[in-house]
Design a protein around this ligand. Structure first.
Ligand code: SIN
Ligand code: MN
Length: 221
């Protein structure tokens, strides 16, 4: 039985963690989350399946499928040369609009997204025990903001500094529907996912277990 007064009743206000890095809890409605999960199943069906990318010989526990450009450590290509050689799906127009809306949301400036046209999305699936070590998103040539959306189980997300993997960092719980944007002085901050919390996906989000994270980026390619 769900307790009547659960954590979901504690308000989670938006927060700027560091200059340029803003967290907006509960940005997506459950209906939007379900719709994105349905799109995820289409993307993962191919032409390039979701796979754990190899980083220095080790397969990542997170499974990734890409849109627009295919990411593998250190490089973007149109074809998934490390998977099956097929070209990845196009970056959808609706996703450009979604990402622009996110930038307007975090800035409060209707023109903040003028000229912002993301051309790749890394869509990550975390199942039980999956995590992502601290890293910088620096394989893009451009330094436009990264827009991140989370669906499904809550995770502990660590957002640090631009110098190294050590302190200062902040640990926040990214939950289903949360938006996180990092750009400007925080664009190259180290970040990662420490763990996901089993059984925390809200009813109606479209996922019973696991976590989906979508990051939209500008490759500059
Ligand atoms: C990433 O750093 O690419 C993914 C972050 C997340 O899963 O929240
Ligand atoms: Mn990243």
């Amino acid at each position: 039985m769900q307790p009547l007064f659960g954590d979901d009743l504690v308000p989670r206000p938006r927060r700027e963690l560091t200059p340029g890095a803003t967290w907006v809890p509960g940005w997506l409605s459950l209906e939007q989350q379900r719709w994105l999960v349905a799109r995820y199943h289409e993307w993962a069906a191919g032409p390039v399946p979701a796979r754990g990318a190899k980083v220095r010989g080790h397969e990542m526990s997170v499974k990734t499928v890409c849109l627009g450009w295919h990411w593998r450590p250190y490089e973007y290509t149109r074809e998934a040369v490390d998977v099956n050689g097929h070209r990845v799906l196009d970056f959808p127009d609706w996703m450009v609009r979604l990402a622009r809306r996110a930038l307007v949301e975090v800035s409060g400036d209707a023109h903040a997204a003028d000229g912002y046209t993301p051309d790749t999305a890394l869509v990550n699936f975390y199942d039980l025990g999956a995590r992502m070590g601290l890293h910088q998103d620096k394989d893009e040539r451009a330094r436009e903001p990264v827009v991140s959306l989370s669906i499904g189980e809550t995770c502990q997300f660590r957002f640090g500094n631009t110098e190294n993997r050590g302190k200062p960092y902040q640990d926040i719980d990214l939950a289903s529907g949360d938006l996180f944007v990092f750009g400007g002085a925080s664009r190259l901050a180290y970040h990662g996912v420490q763990r996901t919390y089993p059984g925390t996906a809200p009813e109606g989000c479209g996922l019973d277990t696991g976590r989906i994270n979508i990051t939209m980026r500008v490759t500059g390619l």
